[in-house]
Write a protein that binds this ligand. Structure first.
Ligand code: SD4
Length: 329
């Protein structure tokens, strides 16, 4: 039995789900359908936080984290903090198919992608990302991702306790009382930030993929959970799959999607597995914001979330179009 093909995705990214659905329903493999679905979000710039032109870092630059995982072979390809290339998930698939590596980073990931035929280099900024960054600077760069350092002025340089300059950011202001370490505005209050998608194809093979610009105003070089297998997504065709979204800096410490799949392996249903993975994080970080969907190999799906209301989208054979499911914290 089993209700597939099936597509599940974080957030109401309905066009991305339909794109993956039509691919898998027409016979595409789970991996290719996931790549088609996540590519659609990159092209559409879903929520302004996936693909080119989304969330800028402290320097105003947009970069991409993306990953694809084949739940049959357990192969993974990923790119992190990739610059100048729009096609994050396609780059991830190239890493998976044409290298023995799992994760390439930064400009080297860009050079690899170009050498394999993806378009680039291209500026990933958009008028929206530049405007967002300018507003942030005008607002004294608050809040950002530093802790235990003292800003000399509102946007840096930063001094550690022994008064060494540890960092200098690109913008300037003059609010020495600025509180550092506020996090929550970077995740989910204004946008949804990440597509994480699972597909079960006609053969019951499962794949997952993710693509995101990561955290808004991150410290340049930051890599989130997006390209980390087991964190933002995980698939094992014998069991099921999981996708995650939210505060990756916290979530990647717990590998919640690995946890979900392993819990289902031990007999938990998707709902309990998702709730358990979220509550393990919340116990240590009660203020974190995040969400997870879980789907087992029979196509039963569920979600769990903390700190925000979560929506995920599903397309199954019984549906005439993708449907949105809402999960309350
Ligand atoms: C990250 N998990 O880079 C991503 C961001 C996200 O909803 O999903 N926000 O931390």
């Amino acid at each position: 039995s089993g209700s597939y093909p099936l597509v599940v995705s974080t957030w109401p990214f309905l066009e991305a789900v339909e794109r993956a659905w039509s691919a898998v329903n027409n016979g595409s493999s789970a991996v290719d359908a996931v790549v088609d679905g996540c590519s659609a979000c990159e092209e559409l710039r879903c929520d302004g936080t996936v693909g080119p032109g989304g969330s800028p870092d402290e320097n105003g630059e947009t970069t991409i984290d993306a990953m694809v995982m084949d739940g049959v072979t357990m192969e993974v390809g990923a790119v992190a903090a990739m610059r100048y290339i729009k096609d994050g998930i396609k780059a991830a698939r190239l890493v998976m198919r044409h290298t023995q590596h799992t994760l390439l980073v930064g400009e080297k990931a860009s050079a690899f992608s170009i050498s394999m035929g993806l378009p680039g280099p291209e500026d990933l900024s958009s008028s929206e990302s530049i405007e967002k960054w300018n507003k942030w600077k005008e607002n004294n760069c608050q809040p950002n991702f530093w802790k235990n350092v003292v800003p000399v002025n509102s946007c840096g340089p930063y001094y550690s306790n022994d008064l060494m300059v540890v960092a200098e950011t690109t913008c300037s202001g003059d609010d020495p009382m600025r509180t550092v370490g506020l996090r929550s505005n970077h995740f989910g209050l204004h946008s949804h930030d990440t597509i994480s998608m699972a597909v079960i194809d006609k053969f019951g093979h499962i794949a997952v993929g993710t693509s995101t610009n990561g955290a808004t105003f991150k410290i340049p070089g930051r890599v989130g959970d997006g390209p980390i297998a087991g964190s933002s997504a995980y698939a094992d065709s014998d069991i099921g799959a999981c996708g995650a979204t939210g505060d990756g800096d916290i979530m990647m410490r717990f590998l919640p999607c690995y946890q979900v799949v392993e819990s289902m392996r031990l007999g938990m249903d998707p709902k309990d597995a998702a709730k358990d993975a979220i509550s393990r994080i919340a116990r240590k970080f009660p203020d974190f914001i995040g969400a997870i969907f879980a789907v087992n190999k029979n196509g039963t799906h569920a979600g769990a979330c903390h700190g925000w209301t979560f929506k995920y989208s599903v397309r199954s054979p019984e549906m005439h179009h993708a449907e949105v499911f809402t999960v309350l914290p």
